[in-house]
Design a protein around this ligand. Structure first.
Ligand SMILES: [Zn+2]
Length: 364
């Protein structure tokens, strides 16, 4: 059985522009309503660094221009309705300042994996404490135990792993096999243990498995595919949006394009090699069509149908990309999962909480 987990990165544009109501609250409201029609569950990966900035702005200015109250109300409502909220951190917002138009981030804290253990420990604690402070009153059993790093930047991650475990986080969901970046944030996940099956991570490397490890990696489902497989109306929308809200401080400009980084090359030889090479295609429910996602789910099922285990099929999305086109193209996928409930189910990480929490019993 595959457990379909939709994770939604809940944040404004990467360059600090944009209105949280327009990019987070309103699209997430539509998404929750759509999911409720099919019994699907949403896991909102809430960027707590931004949310705390919006709170600070309201407290300092006496005006809630960044919709902090609506955000908290929405997250509480989601948990009350059986959805989930877990931790996402764009550390560069903790020291951000507002220049009158947008948030100017602290670029020295942009690359998550580059921070010291002390700093990581501090910000993970702040994030987890904050989420639990307003979600436990809604559901006393609520626990923040899952994490995703900004820009998927977690490896090599000895300090990250230590900081997460130190704060009771049991699951990281930042890795996608085949993923590679080079620039202000760099990583290479081509050797990751699996594209789908969770593993206990080695103490210094989230991509590697060590059955004594206490932290689990639940990878975002990914396939190695040729560039044509990336085409969809919403992929183009994403490209246009990230051009408009480009991160000018980022010399590589690598952060927010919907296509692989290598797709920016323009020479003829580059184009030929681009067409021939394969690239990391994530199960992204905002950028892929429903038909593309059904294909991926069926391929995953074929590959892993032998085991009787309950396995997660983790998808990723971004609230700021959930437009009307996406709403219509996602329906066939939701319908497909809902109507094949003997093979698939909608879930959250909560379905695996016992499995990932019982690590103390592991024999060394
Ligand atoms: Zn993010």
């Amino acid at each position: 059985m595959l457990n379909v987990i939709f994770t939604l990165d809940y944040e404004i544009h990467g360059n600090g522009e944009g209105c949280p109501h327009e990019l987070m609250v309103e699209p997430t409201e539509r998404l929750l309503r759509l999911f409720d029609e099919y019994g699907a569950k949403l896991t909102i990966m809430a960027d707590i660094a931004e949310i705390l900035k919006f709170k600070e702005f309201a407290n300092q200015n006496g005006r809630d221009d960044y919709h902090y109250r609506d955000i908290v109300t929405q997250l509480q409502g989601a948990v009350r309705g059986g959805h989930d909220v877990q931790l996402h951190i764009h550390a560069s917002y903790f020291n951000a300042r507002h220049d009158g138009q947008r948030w100017v981030q602290d670029w020295s804290e942009y690359d998550f994996v580059g921070l010291s253990f002390e700093r990581l420990d501090e910000i993970v604690r702040i994030g987890k404490t904050e989420l639990e402070s307003f979600l436990q009153p809604v559901n006393p059993d609520y626990r923040c135990f899952v994490f995703r790093a900004a820009n998927w930047s977690v490896n090599p991650g000895r300090n990250v792993i230590k900081a997460l475990l130190n704060n009771g986080i049991r699951v990281d969901t930042s890795i996608f096999k085949y993923g590679r970046r080079k620039g202000i944030v760099s990583f290479d996940y081509s050797a990751a243990e699996s594209e789908l099956v969770p593993w206990r991570v080695r103490e210094d490397d989230l991509c590697s498995r060590d059955d004594r490890g206490r932290l689990w990696e639940f990878p975002i489902y990914c396939e190695n595919r040729w560039i044509g497989a990336f085409l969809s109306p919403n992929r183009l929308y994403r490209v246009a949006q990230s051009r408009r809200h480009r991160i000018s401080e980022n010399p590589s400009g690598s952060a927010a394009n919907g296509f692989p980084d290598s797709a920016k090359k323009t020479g003829l030889l580059d184009k030929l090699s681009l067409a021939a090479k394969k690239h990391a295609w994530k199960a992204d429910f905002n950028q892929c069509t429903g038909r593309q996602l059904i294909g991926a789910l069926r391929r995953a099922e074929q590959r892993y149908s032998n085991g009787s285990d309950n396995l997660p099929f983790v998808l990723i999305g971004h609230s700021k990309l959930f437009n009307r086109v996406n709403e219509n193209s996602l329906r066939p996928f939701l319908e497909y999962v809902a109507s094949h409930n003997h093979r698939f189910e909608f879930g959250t990480f909560g379905a695996f909480e016992n499995q990932v929490g019982g690590s103390q019993s592991v024999v060394v």
